[in-house]
Design a protein around this ligand. Structure first.
Ligand code: GCB
Length: 587
């Protein structure tokens, strides 16, 4: 067959870019822990408090175990923030040294990794008198290989966790949520074969939705290793071969893929097998794309009925450590009529993303590039970039995740523009099968019209707009007359609006902090959406449940809680919950 020039060009493009999942540059020793059998090191640990943020050292992981060490006689539960475990730790900012012993029967021919779901904010790890490594960033997983340092028999592990805020940290010095410290997510020891499946990516090609594509990365960089890909539900069985970097790419066509969606959160069993290792995972297949000003799920235009939430357990319980708490929050979102949750403003527990996937909720994920980030500072960028990479790497096989957000309410400047542009490049490099966004504060007013012309919007797939009409400015009834102008032909999500209300506090419609006032704010903002914002493709009002924040000191109303929840921290629904529920039921 004679190939035309066009066909040649097409073939070479396809061969040069066989898959749109690119290789990440961040080094992750292992990213396939959630489906593996592992030894959890959760439970009670012995601790020592260091309010002066003392440095750690390897010697701390020697010496007596548990309460036999008089410097480690206090105890804390892992996983859990420290603030909600003891009254004296409620406002604590400093370091805590966590210590525990554990037994291992080491097996020949195995590799061992210590894996941490998250530690807020900085962690240093010491094992049996040796320094293992450190990690910066409070909401993403990390792991260290422990070879000779790990002993057969008894081991002593010490982790120093510091939640001291820093200018170059992400988030930086001031933010509107609690600075929960500690080993907030599970700690485990993972054993894998010498050559193991280190990571993989799988999903539909957004441009050709009948093509399932991805790659499998083995832990060594050897060519010609066999990897078997098997999806029984689609009768896909394929033997792949690694390239010289230990990576095997694939691309399989299947015309009858049952697509994941909020109405049908269907997932296929996917098996990956090598000579030495095997993994099984439930994977949902779907596409999320834009067409001009519309958002399309599986090729169909949809309205995103969303809600914001913080990662806080109901009943004032601090950080979420169990799937049941994630399910409670997400069930409320479902009851509200949502098809989307915005996990504000930092990467939530992986459990939240996984439960959302099972329950049929799309997810907006975000890193805490929030408010006054030190945009001029290279260290700040590195922290944000690492956090973004770790988030994407952790969750890019979750069908629920549809949006990666790189920022919330950051003001325009050249430094900010460069910083966010580089973060967007990172998203693109790691996963360009989803949409990018950022929440922009609508503070510009020209002749009474809110104007969205922030230069960063030009770089985003979807624009998020935060605006608190009727709360931080104007009366609620003014909102339906407020004009809007968006200078971009792109999808827009009204990513924040709302008002504070103390649950059970009623009064006149003009009285702030009452449920009645909050209801008014919702009513008139929804009217504004209908009348003035035809460009809106969805919304995530602020927010599902009241959450702790140190900048909310009013003891009579706030009592350290941001009260803009539609549900109190005790799980009681406020009137505005039903206002939004009714709107979503008609939308
Ligand atoms: C915002 C922020 C959010 C705050 C909220 C508020 O614009 O994005 O983090 O908690 O307003 O309650 O003021």
């Amino acid at each position: 067959m004679i190939m035309t020039k066009f066909a040649l060009l097409f073939v070479s493009v396809v061969l040069l870019f066989p898959a749109i999942w690119a290789q990440e540059s961040v080094e992750i020793p292992i990213n396939t822990v959630s489906q593996r059998e592992r030894q959890f090191l959760d439970g009670m640990w012995n601790v020592r408090y260091a309010p002066f943020n003392d440095k750690g050292n390897a010697k701390l992981s020697l010496g007596p175990e548990g309460e036999a060490d008089p410097n480690f006689m206090d105890r804390l539960l892992v996983p859990k923030d420290w603030n909600t475990q003891a009254e004296k730790l409620y406002y604590f900012e400093g370091a805590v040294f966590y210590k525990r012993h554990f037994k291992v029967a080491k097996e020949a021919g195995k590799k061992y990794f210590l894996h941490f779901g998250a530690a807020n904010y900085e962690a240093e790890v010491y094992l049996n008198g040796e320094t293992i490594g450190n990690h910066i960033g409070g909401f993403t997983p990390f792991a260290f290989e422990v070879g000779d340092q790990l002993k057969s028999g008894n081991n002593i592990l010490v982790v120093r966790v510091s939640n001291v805020r820093k200018k170059e940290a992400i988030p930086t010095l001031r933010f509107d949520w609690w600075n929960y410290g500690g080993l907030t997510r599970s700690v485990s020891l993972v054993a894998v074969p010498e050559v193991f499946i280190k990571d993989y990516a799988i999903g539909l090609d957004p441009k050709q939705p009948s093509v399932i594509q991805g790659w499998v990365q083995l832990s060594n960089s050897q060519g010609q290793q066999a990897v078997n890909l098997n999806i029984p539900g689609l009768r896909i069985e394929k033997t792949l071969r690694t390239d010289s970097k230990g990576r095997a790419h694939f691309s399989v066509t299947s015309k009858k893929v049952r697509k994941w969606s909020p109405e049908d959160p269907f997932r296929y069993e996917v098996n990956l097998t090598t000579d030495t290792d095997s993994l099984t995972e439930a994977i949902g297949f779907r596409t999320i794309t834009v067409n001009g000003g519309d958002i399309l799920l599986n090729g169909k235009k949809l309205f995103l009925k969303g809600i914001n939430l913080h990662e806080e357990a109901p009943m004032g319980g601090g950080r979420i450590a169990h799937a049941s708490d994630a399910r409670t929050l997400l069930s409320w979102a479902k009851e509200l009529g949502c098809n989307l949750v915005r996990l504000a403003h930092y990467p939530h527990n992986e459990l939240m993303v996984r439960e959302a996937e099972k329950m049929g909720l799309m997810v907006w994920e975000e890193i805490p590039v929030y408010w006054n980030i030190d945009f001029e500072n290279e260290a700040s960028f590195k922290n944000a970039d690492r956090m973004l990479r770790e988030t994407i790497i952790r969750d890019r096989n979750r069908a629920s995740v549809v949006l990666w957000s790189v920022a919330n309410e950051t003001r325009e400047s050249e430094a900010r523009q460069n910083y966010l542009k580089k973060l967007l490049q990172t998203v693109n490099e790691l996963d360009n099968t989803r949409l990018t966004t950022a929440a922009i504060e609508a503070y510009k007013v020209v002749d009474g019209v809110r104007v969205i012309n922030d230069v960063i919007a030009a770089e985003l797939d979807v624009i998020g707009i935060n605006c608190y009409c009727g709360w931080y400015f104007n009366k609620p009834s003014d909102c339906p007359d407020m004009g809007w102008q968006v200078d971009f032909n792109k999808p827009v999500i009204f990513s924040e609006f709302g008002a504070g209300a103390l649950q059970g506090h009623y009064g006149g419609k003009d009285e702030k902090w009452t449920e009645d006032y909050q209801e008014e704010v919702f009513k008139y903002n929804l009217e504004m959406v209908e009348k003035q914002m035809p460009f809106v493709d969805g919304m995530t009002p602020w927010l599902l449940m009241d959450f702790r924040s140190p900048i909310r000191p009013n003891r009579l109303i706030q009592n350290d809680y941001n009260r803009k929840g539609l549900i109190s921290e005790q799980g009681i629904k406020k009137k505005a919950f039903y206002t939004l529920q009714e709107y979503y039921s008609k939308k």
